[in-house]
Design a protein around this ligand. Structure first.
Ligand SMILES: [Zn+2]
Length: 409
């Protein structure tokens, strides 16, 4: 390393358990390891706190959240269709555009150490691309704080919601990063018709794909395999995600294992939010086959779910809890769901705790990665591109509920 660093994190515990330091110059990590820390303009003594890369939320709905509003009792039905209709009623009752609620969620995510996320934004016959335009504006305004990737999401279906096809094209032309989809059979009742539109738009606009797939059992598995085949045919390997993929957890183990091989070969990644009441994809089987598995919050305090606090450490814990993970190696592997795996899916090439990477880092009150996963503390220090954006001292330890934009009222 040449010259003094701008910032050095001294007396840190690194993810491999070693005690050492991290040196930062400008926006990047320039050194890390054991031994005395190099000279720096600022030295932050961590007293053994754990340093990890910033977290990535691979699936969240910024436009749906009701954060920042008074508590609203959950009123949607149990079926997917019931919830779609219920959400439209809730949305119609809201006077303000999405910005304030979405920013409350972004602020909360940032405090929880999430500095990159993929958000699915509704496109439908009622809201058109209105919410998407607002979220694209937030993507711009928040770029220095949180990296935001936007999926144009046909929440009411495509074939069952005729304007959706043209609205998806409009959303991609406006700058959405990926084209979404939703249960081709369960919502639209036409697997090929739905996938023709989704993959047609992905090819036409040169974008990736991220499809919500709740359909379970053999039907859902057939849809997942069709998506794998389409991905190969379109040359979109590495750019296609199936979100939720409940079917992989609801078919016999050997069928899931065969599907995992097909997904790995096609370059299709799987996103899970560890949902409370649905079959979960088998993490071990998928990873063993070479499938990239990553995690996301999904719904946070909205018409779909009253739960969620934007903590990706908590999301990793939930995936491990539901998967029966208990050993330290298994618990440690969970962090990958919200760091390296999710960063690779989002195309964040400079993510990680290594020289040359962006200095997007967290310091946690934990002595090891397994402890951090189990206890899921809010980060004591959040660093974005070399700049300290949160530094907790005894007097400013923030509560978990977000303040409205502009500060507490
Ligand atoms: Zn979702």
């Amino acid at each position: 390393m040449s010259g003094a660093a701008d910032l050095v994190l001294a007396d840190a515990t690194l993810p491999d358990g070693a005690r050492g330091h991290v040196a930062i110059a400008g926006e990047r990590i320039v050194g890390l390891g054991a031994g005395p820390p190099p000279p720096a303009r600022r030295r932050l003594d961590l007293g053994g706190r754990l340093v990890i890369p910033a977290l990535t939320d691979g699936h969240v709905h910024l436009d749906k959240t009701l954060l920042g509003l008074p508590w609203m009792p959950h009123a949607s039905g149990d079926s997917t269709r019931g919830r779609i209709d219920g959400e439209k009623r809730v949305r119609a009752s809201l006077a303000e555009p999405v910005d304030q609620r979405a920013e409350a969620l972004l602020a909360l995510a940032q405090r929880q150490g999430t500095l990159a996320l993929r958000t699915h934004v509704d496109i439908d016959d009622v809201c058109g691309v209105r919410n998407l335009e607002r979220i694209l504006g937030l993507r711009e305004r928040w770029a220095s704080a949180v990296t935001i990737q936007v999926v144009a999401f046909p929440q009411s279906g495509i074939l069952k919601c005729p304007p959706a096809r043209e609205l998806l094209a409009e959303a991609l032309a406006l700058g959405a990063d990926l084209v979404g989809g939703l249960d081709p059979l369960g919502i639209d009742g036409d697997l090929d018709g739905h996938l023709d539109v989704v993959f047609g738009l992905a090819t036409r606009f040169g974008r990736g794909v991220d499809i919500h797939l709740h359909d379970a059992g053999e039907a859902g598995l057939g849809e997942i395999l069709a998506i794998a085949d389409r991905t190969r045919a379109a040359g979109l390997g590495g750019r296609v995600t199936v979100s939720h993929a409940f079917a992989l957890g609801s078919v016999p183990a050997d069928a899931a294992a065969r599907a995992a091989e097909r997904l790995a070969a096609a370059g299709v990644s799987i996103l899970t939010s560890a949902p409370g009441a649905a079959a979960m994809p088998p993490i071990r089987v998928l990873r063993g086959a070479g499938v990239t598995v990553f995690a996301g919050s999904d719904n946070i305090r909205d018409a779909w779910s009253p739960f969620g606090n934007a903590s990706m450490l908590e999301r990793c814990m939930l995936v491990g809890y539901r998967s029966g993970f208990r050993t330290d190696p298994d618990l440690t592997s969970l962090l990958d769901l919200a760091t390296s795996a999710s960063a690779s899916v989002l195309g964040l090439a400079d993510h990680g705790l290594r020289p040359g990477a962006h200095a997007d880092l967290l310091a946690l009150d934990a002595g090891s990665v397994p402890q951090a996963i189990v206890e899921r503390p809010s980060p004591a220090v959040v660093i974005r591109r070399g700049r300290i954006v949160r530094e907790e001292t005894a007097s400013n330890a923030a509560p978990l509920s977000p303040s409205p934009p502009g500060g507490p009222r």
